[in-house]
Design a protein around this ligand. Structure first.
Ligand code: BYC
Ligand code: FE
Ligand code: FE
Length: 481
């Protein structure tokens, strides 16, 4: 299918040939733009941002960079091209042709998965909407907005599926995606992490490292789906996700780098006197964002997960990767796991493999997180500082699944409730910690300059240097604050 870039809604799904769908999406478009202006990045809609836009779906399709105003970004509908003879690759329907239409039995389940996925995208934009006002550099400001417009496009991807394949209730769900609001008591976003406030850039970097990485794993498992339009949408979304995680990993790296540099310059002195973020505060942020992101995988023993796998709706990470799994039925296998006992203990348990799919995915995710953490620790060690960032236990600070709302410490030991509450301030950032980080969040909008709590990146975007004019302001941005 060719890429139609000149259409009102750029797409490679042949929108021009489906007038009814085209009209429906063109009716949704102004609501999206209105939502974007209301709930998108606050205060930067008139500025020219150096953004990357998809112009094709092949690997070169991402090479297009230009300065654009965010409301003029070409949000479009792009799917990875279809493979004619594709077969369902796992579960009870394995070996049958993939579905090009919604299978009747799985309509509700599929709609729910798509709505849940779609809901996270605008939620993250809402969570991040105030960060432009305290960006540490133009480079970072641009990266924030790049992530935001792409999350907006991910919303488009799911809205397209709802409109095209789910009739009237799909259209209603698409409307509701613009109605719920992150953190709103009456109409919150669906999943926990997407209602958590992101008040500072350290949270933003942790979010893009930990929470966007859940996106990577969920999208990858949906990219295996037997419902082919969903699989192809998610496959394409995955190409955008890598940059989001890059922003997170390098963001935290640069904070660490600056902190250890300050520590070395003034040994024995508290880094806060020099305007750095202490390592133990960074650890506390890691504890928070890792644990809320672990919750995004759902329960460790889940009948939903089992039926999604059985039906062929949601596979494992790299389900079809050669050599990764030799059994795609997962019927007679078990997954070794643990569960809490009533007296604060832990016991081993064998979970039937299909019911353990959330955990299987989450364990892959954890390994991926650890790799990034190892790179952070190497940086700290190279600086000669004796400190290690540690991922907390899967049991710590959970709100979903077997370990939810129980007093486990970051090492995974059960502690008395009273002791837990007392010690929580050592594990999760306190108001005081957050107030300190907030005090550092002063915007830096001059070309080539950077805030004092973070190191500059090693290279810029698209072979430009750090002192490239990533954002061209319409007027004096400081005067707007
Ligand atoms: N918060 O069987 P269970 C991304 C509910 S991130 C609130 O254990 P299931 C992005 C659950 O709905 C990727 N509720 O879980 C990143 C169920 O409710 P019911 C997002 C939760 O259903 C950054 C009950 O608890 N994509 O793209 O197997 C920026 C028991 O459920 C939570 C997806 O998630 C929670 N954390 O799995 C931008 C993919 N967890 O049935 C974007 C689609 C569970 O009792 N979603 N519940 O009413 C799914 O595949 C599944 O819904 C989940 C949950 C993996 C989320
Ligand atoms: Fe996304
Ligand atoms: Fe993302």
């Amino acid at each position: 299918m060719r890429v139609d870039l000149d259409a009102k809604i750029p797409n490679n799904v042949g929108l021009a040939d489906d007038r009814k769908l085209q009209r429906a999406l063109e009716a949704w478009q102004p609501n999206f733009i209105e939502w974007w202006k209301d709930m998108g990045p606050e205060g930067f809609q008139m500025d020219q941002i150096y953004l990357r836009t998809a112009v094709a779906v092949d690997s070169k399709g991402w090479a297009h960079f230009e300065h654009v105003k965010m409301p003029d970004y070409r949000w479009g509908i792009f799917l990875t091209p279809s493979d004619e003879d594709k077969l369902i690759s796992f579960g009870d329907n394995m070996g049958k042709p993939v579905w090009d239409q919604v299978p009747g039995d799985w309509r509700t389940a599929l709609r729910r998965i798509i709505v849940t996925q779609g809901d996270t995208e605008p939620a993250s934009v809402e969570q991040q909407r105030m960060l432009g006002q305290c960006a540490p550099s133009l480079y970072d400001l641009r990266n924030l907005f790049q992530v935001n417009v792409e999350e907006g496009r991910h919303l488009w991807a799911m809205v397209y599926l709802l409109h095209k394949y789910f009739g009237r209730d799909g259209r209603e769900e698409a409307e509701d995606l613009l109605v719920r609001r992150s953190g709103n008591v009456d109409s919150p976003r669906i999943l926990g992490a997407f209602n958590e406030p992101i008040k500072d850039w350290l949270s933003f970097f942790c979010f893009t490292f930990f929470t966007d990485r859940d996106g990577k794993y969920q999208l990858a498992s949906l990219a295996e789906s037997g419902f082919d339009p969903l699989a192809r949408s998610c496959r394409f979304m995955l190409t955008e996700e890598a940059h989001h995680m890059f922003v997170g990993e390098t963001g935290v790296s640069r904070v660490l780098q600056r902190t250890v540099q300050l520590m070395k310059e003034s040994p024995g002195e508290d880094v806060t006197t020099r305007g750095g973020i202490p390592l133990d505060i960074i650890q506390k942020y890691v504890n928070r964002w890792f644990s809320v992101s672990m919750d995004l995988f759902g329960g460790e023993d889940s009948s939903n997960a089992a039926s999604y796998f059985a039906a062929g709706l949601k596979g494992r990470f790299n389900e079809t990767h050669p050599g990764k799994y030799d059994d795609h039925l997962a019927l007679d296998q078990v997954y070794d796991s643990t569960r809490p006992t009533s007296d604060g203990g832990i016991e081993n348990v064998e979970v039937p493999m299909r019911r353990a799919m959330n955990l299987v995915l989450r364990d892959e995710y954890k390994v991926d997180c650890q790799k990034g953490v190892d790179r952070w620790n190497k940086l700290i060690k190279r600086a000669g500082v004796d400190f290690k960032i540690v991922l907390p236990s899967e049991r710590f600070h959970r709100s979903q699944g077997l370990w939810a709302n129980q007093p486990w410490d970051p090492e995974g030991n059960w502690v008395e409730q009273e002791a837990y509450e007392r010690k929580l301030s050592e594990w999760i950032a306190t108001e005081e910690d957050e107030a300190y980080v907030a005090s550092l969040m002063k915007p830096v909008y001059e070309v080539g300059k950077i805030a004092g709590w973070i190191a500059p990146p090693r290279t810029g975007i698209n072979n430009n240097t750090f002192d490239f004019e990533y954002v061209k302001f319409e007027d004096d941005p400081y005067a707007r604050l």
